[in-house]
Design a binder for this molecule. Structure first.
Ligand SMILES: [Zn+2]
Length: 266
């Protein structure tokens, strides 16, 4: 079903980090926990490698990569487009440095924005593929990538930098004057996210160009107030689909060729 344009209303917060924006997200979370059967993402075993961060009383954010935390808790995942150049990744030769601490200024803007958003939601762990998988270690990449479905499924929330085409542009939208809102042309989205979105993240918060969009197992909700029916759910996170292709086969507009029969009958 094609996406309809949505007329903007004054209910839009203007910025995801505004008090109004945060309140809206918290109200969606609250509603999801109280009224939906969506997985709660609480007390899940943390992924084997994950970013851990905290903010001091002075407002300074300290970040480090932790391995095998072997503890349960809640964590977010980041869905993002890598862009043509992603120079800031975890490799075998910088892993120990990343575990000592990651200087805030070295992080690409999209990662900084995602961490700031987590802190606003009281989340202190974030999984980002570029940092939590050793990008130059084929063995590590195969082991960790194969866990991606579980990692997404067990997450508390997935933050989707839906309107960003690279890690340097940040999660949050450019503030173009709202005229006629549409989410069709966002870089991270592609058509046909039918099966995977229900298998993976229980809740997705999309940072779109002019508003936030909430998507969970039972509801898709626009910050402007529009609630869509189940059949109108957001389409695919194509970057994730591409990265899972080695394990699940070619991505066929919402289905994987290796499980095509099962997906069609789901
Ligand atoms: Zn829900």
């Amino acid at each position: 079903m094609p996406w309809k344009s949505i007329k903007p209303r004054t209910r839009i917060s203007g910025h995801p980090l505004s008090q109004k924006g945060i309140r809206w997200v918290k109200s969606r979370l609250d509603h999801c926990f109280k009224h939906h059967a969506c997985s709660n993402g609480l007390n899940k075993l943390l992924p084997a490698r994950i970013l851990s961060f905290k903010r001091s009383h002075e407002g300074e954010i300290s970040i480090k990569l932790v391995e095998k935390p072997n503890e349960s808790g809640r964590y977010a995942v980041l869905s993002h487009c890598w862009g043509s150049q992603l120079s800031f990744t975890t490799m075998t030769n910088n892993l120990s440095d990343m575990m000592q601490g990651i200087p805030w200024t070295e992080l690409p803007r999209t990662f900084q924005d995602a961490i700031r958003y987590c802190l606003e939601l009281g989340i202190f762990y974030l999984w980002i593929d570029a940092l939590c998988i050793l990008q130059d270690d084929k063995n590590d990449w195969q082991i960790e990538s194969a866990k991606m479905a579980d990692i997404y499924q067990n997450s508390y929330i997935s933050l989707a930098a839906t309107s960003s085409d690279s890690t340097t542009t940040g999660c949050f939208p450019k503030h173009a004057p709202p005229t006629n809102l549409s989410i069709r042309n966002n870089p991270l989205l592609s058509r046909g996210w039918v099966f995977q979105e229900r298998v993976l993240a229980p809740r997705i918060l999309h940072f779109c160009n002019q508003e936030l969009v909430w998507e969970c197992g039972e509801q898709t909700c626009f910050e402007c107030g529009t609630l869509t029916k189940d059949g109108d759910r957001l389409p695919a996170l194509s970057g994730l689909a591409e990265r899972m292709a080695p394990f699940l086969g070619k991505y066929l507009t919402g289905l994987w060729d290796k499980s095509l029969l099962r997906d069609l009958t789901w």
